[in-house]
Ligand binder design. Structure first.
Ligand SMILES: [Zn+2]
Ligand SMILES: [Zn+2]
Length: 136
């Protein structure tokens, strides 16, 4: 019996299973918590705020902001034009060009041509955008 025990112990390496026992998991969680806590403290600290400010002043962040602001502004202008045109009756809401379903969405291929609209239902609008993404 004793011989068999020694045989098993020598043949089977249990270390990979022992590595992640409960005690170790707890210390890992504790370490993560401690890390998060220190990050939170760092962000609240003066040094942390300086880093955050440096990031906000960075060229990358500014470029990102400008890019998105322009896009948003563009869209807002276009949608206002579409809305005005709808109200005045120069633009009539149409059916989906693919399936002829009512309540189509006004899709713009080019926001520089605000009244060139492709009317698509929710489903075909989704499909159209999916296709556009694939083509890019
Ligand atoms: Zn449709
Ligand atoms: Zn669209």
């Amino acid at each position: 019996m004793h011989g068999l025990k020694i045989y098993l112990e020598s043949k089977i390496d249990l270390s990979p299973y022992i590595k992640y026992n409960k005690g170790d998991m707890q210390t890992k969680e504790e370490k993560l918590l401690k890390h998060r806590e220190s990050q939170r403290k760092y962000k609240a600290s003066i040094a942390g705020k300086k880093t955050e400010n440096r990031y906000r002043k960075s060229k990358y962040y500014q470029a990102y902001r400008i890019r998105h602001a322009n896009k948003l502004k563009e869209h807002r202008v276009v949608w206002k034009l579409v809305d005005t045109a709808k109200r005045s009756g120069t633009l009539l809401k149409k059916r989906c060009e693919v399936c002829n379903k009512k309540d189509a969405i006004a899709h713009h291929d080019d926001y520089n041509k605000p009244l060139e609209i492709r009317w698509l239902c929710r489903y075909h609008h989704y499909l159209y955008h999916k296709k556009l993404k694939e083509l890019r």
